[in-house]
Design a protein around this ligand. Sequence first.
Ligand SMILES: Nc1ncnc2c1ncn2[C@@H]1O[C@H](COP(=O)(O)OP(=O)(O)OP(=O)(O)O)[C@@H](O)[C@H]1O
Ligand SMILES: [Mg+2]
Length: 148
Amino acid sequence: LHSSTLEKLGLVTAASALCKEYGAQNGFEIEFCAKNIPRTIQPDVALCAFRIVQEGLRNARKHSGATKATVELTRVGDNLRVSVSDEGTGFDVDELSAREGLGLRSMEERASFLGGRFELYAELGKGTRIQAQVPLAPPMSRAKGHAG
Ligand SMILES: Nc1ncnc2c1ncn2[C@@H]1O[C@H](COP(=O)(O)OP(=O)(O)OP(=O)(O)O)[C@@H](O)[C@H]1O
Ligand SMILES: [Mg+2]
């Protein structure tokens, strides 16, 4: 996905299409829910959310063993909240540092780059939920050159 496509479609449409497509391609059931999302979202914020949905789904598909996942976009005050959750295997968060994955780290970096925060809840046998909350109007628009 190009960031220009994301700008044209808008975050909700693009994320919804991603869920449909990813679900169909992988035999994965994805529930998508958007609440209260403003029609226009700053491109850097939209891209951050979109990438988090992408990686969250990839992880759920690759690691959780679950056959479905839930994606939620919600406006919470001045923030955009994005979450991806599954009821799969979960994992031990304390063992994470030993692993070399880049996905979780890059989601956290994306969120904090825009002044937001990233949370990870996982419990063995119960599933995983990642959640990022990012200001809809990041304090500094220094993210202009931050493409990808
Ligand atoms: N939804 C999930 N269900 C179960 N385990 C997960 C889930 N998401 C992440 N994990 C665990 O956390 C680890 C780190 O995830 P991360 O996305 O950072 O790396 P990765 O997916 O292994 O590799 P990469 O994202 O770089 O391709 C995974 O290897 C996996 O063990
Ligand atoms: Mg990953």
